[in-house]
Design a protein around this ligand. Structure first.
Ligand SMILES: Cc1ncc(COP(=O)(O)O)c(C=O)c1O
Length: 406
């Protein structure tokens, strides 16, 4: 390369594409390089904590590959997979036909396809705060604006419906609902769910229902939000990543309710799906095996999560300066540390990482205010390891707070 050549710039949209859950790993690597063991509580991957993909799903992928299903699949996915998803939706109370299902590379691709089909520059999308950060990242990429509605920790992280209602405008193109929720571990009340779906219906705003944790509510599977109002314009998203313990397979789906209101949107999504040819073809066969086969692993998984959730909220609430809403689903908790003036959630989380090797994600990575002191913990490690980790967090918090309030 010529010595005078300058660095080649990236497109300006890259600066808005932020995904803290992975971005923060660069800091952890530095701590590891200094010789300290890092405990990665940043990413919601059950496999990296010893949970195992059900064997019948693995066998289905092996069989599909041996049987020669290694070519491109239809861009919307094989019929058997779409039939299985349609039956799954119907079982959750959301009437569905296979022609309104698209098989995707994880929930993530479904989210990106739907947002791209719905919104562009000048458009608004209503997003919960705290949020799963892919939503804001994709909106930055497509040039649409994230408009945040509050969810309230003092009411178990339920959505603030009045606040949400006040944000609806002619520019609103979609409403994102994540229930059960990452990062808060909340499940929404029946009242909140009805209010959300009715708002979408009345204002003719597509409700993007991220239901990837629907099977991981501790009290048992949550029905589809679309079941509460079959006329409402709802697109549901889910995958094999969480409740079927196969996140690396990148296998998910979306399903579009409310014909004919959402027919143009469905056609737009399918057009975009054509451009990426198809999702992972052999894994589509495993999707059929997963949705039509044995689910007993889910009950065991929910039990393990319930135990860890209780340990998590009990231990955090016993730490001076920290409060934590007890999670009711998934494997996340969002504790709050009472930060001294002038410090941020990032100061606290990076301080914790450097002092103890424990890696969490600061709340501002999920769009909470940096001074509010929220941080997210993934509680998939064993109860014994979590116990040790929460001890380290307690000790560090005591030192962090006293050093800065002295
Ligand atoms: C709320 C939420 N939506 C979507 C995803 C992406 O999941 P997938 O692996 O299905 O793309 C995640 C992953 O953590 C998530 O927590």
């Amino acid at each position: 390369m010529s010595r005078t050549a300058s660095a080649i710039p990236v497109a300006s949209r890259i600066s808005g594409f932020v995904y803290a859950i992975r971005n923060i790993v660069a800091e952890a690597r530095k701590v590891e390089a200094s010789g300290r063991k890092v405990r990665y509580l940043n990413i919601g991957d059950p496999i990296s904590f010893g949970f195992r993909t059900p064997p019948h799903m693995v066998q289905a992928v092996e069989r599909a590959m041996r049987d020669g299903f290694n070519g491109y699949a239809p861009s919307v996915g094989i019929l058997a997979a779409r039939e299985a998803v349609a039956a799954e939706c119907a079982g959750r109370g959301m009437p569905m036909t296979p022609d309104r299902v698209v098989i995707t590379s994880g929930t993530s691709e479904g989210i990106e396809l739907a947002l791209t089909a719905l919104a562009g520059p000048g458009d608004d999308v209503l997003i919960p705060v705290p949020t799963y950060p892919l939503y804001t990242a994709v909106l930055a990429k497509i040039g649409a604006r994230a408009v945040f509605y509050r969810t309230d920790p003092s009411r178990g992280w339920q959505p603030d419906i009045e606040h949400l209602r006040s944000l609806i405008s002619p520019a609103t193109r979609a409403l994102v609902v994540i229930d059960p929720n990452n990062p808060t571990g909340a499940t929404y009340s029946g009242e909140a769910r009805s209010a959300l779906v009715d708002l979408a219906d009345r204002h003719n705003i597509p409700l993007l229902a991220d239901e990837v944790y629907a099977d991981l509510a501790f009290d048992g599977p949550v029905p589809a939000i679309a079941a509460l109002n079959p006329d409402a314009p709802v697109i549901t998203f889910s995958s094999l990543s969480k409740a079927y313990l196969a996140p690396g397979w990148r296998m998910g789906w979306l399903a579009v309710a409310a014909p004919p209101r959402l027919d143009d949107v469905l056609a737009g999504i399918k057009k975009l799906a054509d451009g990426r040819l198809c999702s992972n073809a052999p894994m589509e066969h495993a999707l059929v095996a997963a949705l039509t086969g044995d689910r007993s692993h889910q009950q065991a998984f929910r039990g393990a999560l319930r135990e860890r959730a209780a340990l998590t909220s009990t231990r955090f609430n016993a730490i001076d300066g920290i409060t934590c809403v007890p999670p009711t689903a998934a494997f996340y908790a969002m504790p709050k540390v009472q930060l001294p003036a002038g410090t941020t959630d990032e100061d606290y989380v990076l301080g914790l990482l450097r002092a103890t090797g424990v890696l969490c994600v600061y709340g501002s990575g999920f769009a909470t205010a940096p001074e509010d002191g929220f941080f997210r913990v993934v509680f998939l490690a064993s109860p014994a390891e979590l116990d040790e980790i929460y001890g380290l967090i307690g000790d560090f918090t005591g030192e962090f707070l006293s050093a800065r309030t002295r």
